[in-house]
Write a protein that binds this ligand. Structure first.
Ligand SMILES: Cc1ncc(COP(=O)(O)O)c(C=O)c1O
Length: 475
């Protein structure tokens, strides 16, 4: 369908000289027979109900994921958006084989008590070198949910210590907290948005509002929720309606904060609500949130677990907003392999030890990988390359969406490869995803009927062409 622009040099070939030139599908179904058999064995000891197919990671390479049957699929889902530089990237293998890595793996430290001599340097050369503008401190944790959960704890402790001033904890606080009661146990809340997804541990799950199935049967905090704009597409046609919709949501947000029966310690929002359906909002909307949170002393947490690390065409998606002042905390995980949150205000660090704490407090081996990932991204200019290939991909998709009666609501213009569209209904979407796999393309869904693209940062024009051709064929 689309032609490759002549003279393009492919960086992915530098890392993956033997990357397949197109997908290979050998079986009549994906998952194929071997995949099904292994998955059935797995199912006897492990919950395998969400398995797409069983993967052969040894033979996955670059932008291609290999399954147990030897099929090689172009992967634009990438372990739920968490493979930054392709499978078996030689630079990451090099980092994995280093003495520094061996030390980090076989002597895993309890970081808060026995930090390693090189942890500060590992952070400075990697995770902190990549810190969002205005942020120079970090707390490391174990996964995206934990990153958010520790940010919430920082917010609660910060807000209470502001109220308490320099006074010590009261006797009443010390005794009531042992019964999970106020005033020792906080009655403050975290506000999140309808359709937001922030993880599945207890605290983070209470702020997750994507789908009921994510939350059912799990005890939850009674925390406030605000509406997130439902934009209409194409954006150029619905400018006024969308502006009004965003203003409606901002007005409602301020009303909720002003009338909250309990103090809202922090608000959390994703730059693009990913699991909830790839719902976008404008920079003005996010600036509006920043203004409201400042005015009402609510901490502003940006959840960049899925949007962070280059895919949006900026290193951090919230850099697209040009905020007048940075968020209070930015959480990360996925593509960085390591997890945690960035901040700058030292008061977000509790004054006493053992409050923001667990055994590992992160994982130096993942921080070493994050360093290698950051260095490749920086050295190869992968963020701007992703912005360019994203533009190319978007315009190709625009043509497909325009002529298809099955697709609508293309979104993610000027937002790197962080692109999504909807199908006319969930059945069409589910069939489309299955047919794509059978045609050698591994792509993920989100929300009710959305299809989201989450390729690597080494996904280039030749991969975009393959993607578009397969999608057109499947349609
Ligand atoms: C925006 C966002 N926040 C938090 C999480 C939770 O991360 P994890 O699954 O690593 O706990 C996810 C996971 O998909 C996410 O997309």
């Amino acid at each position: 369908m689309l032609r490759r622009i002549k003279g393009v040099r492919y960086l992915s070939s530098k890392y993956f000289p033997n990357e397949p030139t197109s997908p290979v599908v050998k079986t009549a179904s994906v998952p194929g027979p071997k995949s099904k058999q292994i998955n059935q064995e797995l199912g006897q000891v492990y919950d395998n109900k969400a398995t797409y197919f069983v993967t052969d990671y040894f033979n996955s390479y670059g932008n291609y994921i290999s399954d147990a049957d030897g099929n090689k699929l172009l992967d634009v889902f990438c372990q739920i958006s968490s493979i930054p530089l392709g499978y078996n990237n030689p630079k990451l293998i090099e980092a994995a084989k280093s003495d520094e890595m061996i030390d980090a793996i076989v002597n895993r430290p309890a970081l808060a008590c026995f930090p390693s001599t090189n942890y500060a340097q590992i952070l400075k050369d990697g995770l902190l070198a990549a810190a969002p503008p205005g942020m120079n401190k970090i707390w490391t944790s174990l996964c995206g949910s934990d990153a958010n959960e520790t940010a919430y704890k920082a917010a609660f402790m910060y807000q209470h210590s502001k109220i308490r001033g320099n006074k010590p904890f009261s006797e009443e606080e010390l005794s009531s907290v042992m019964n999970n009661k106020a005033p020792g146990a906080s009655e403050m809340t975290i506000l999140s948005f309808e359709k937001g997804f922030h993880g599945r541990t207890f605290g983070s799950l209470s702020t997750t509002r994507s789908k009921a199935i994510h939350k059912l049967d799990i005890p939850a905090f009674d925390w406030p929720v605000a509406p997130f704009p439902k934009l209409q597409y194409p954006l150029e046609e619905f400018e006024q309606e969308n502006r009004q919709e965003e203003q409606r949501c901002l007005n409602k947000l301020e009303e909720i904060i002003e009338n909250a029966p309990k103090q809202i310690a922090a608000l959390i929002v994703e730059p693009v609500q990913s699991e909830g359906g790839d719902n976008h909002a404008s920079s003005e909307f996010f600036q509006g949130i920043r203004d409201i949170t400042k005015k009402h002393n609510v901490l502003f947490i940006v959840d960049e677990v899925q949007t962070g690390v280059g895919a949006s065409g900026k290193f951090w998606a919230h850099e697209h907003w040009n905020l007048t002042s940075p968020p209070d905390m930015v959480t990360f995980s996925k593509k960085f392999q390591a997890a945690g949150f960035y901040y700058s205000n030292p008061d977000l660090q509790p004054k006493d030890a053992y409050r923001q704490f667990n055994t590992w407090c992160g994982d130096p081996s993942k921080a070493i990988l994050a360093k290698a990932i950051y260095q490749v991204i920086k050295q190869d200019g992968l963020v701007s390359k992703t912005a360019n290939v994203g533009d190319y991909l978007y315009s190709g998709l625009q043509q497909l969406v325009n002529k298809s009666d099955k697709l609508k609501n293309l979104r993610g213009k000027n937002f790197g490869t962080f692109i999504a569209f909807d199908c006319v209904n969930a059945d069409v979407r589910n069939k489309l995803l299955a047919d794509c796999r059978l045609n050698g393309l591994n792509v993920g869904g989100c929300g009710e009927s959305g299809v989201r693209l989450r390729p690597t940062l080494l996904f280039e024009q030749k991969h975009a062409d393959l993607f578009l051709n397969i999608l057109e064929k499947v349609l």
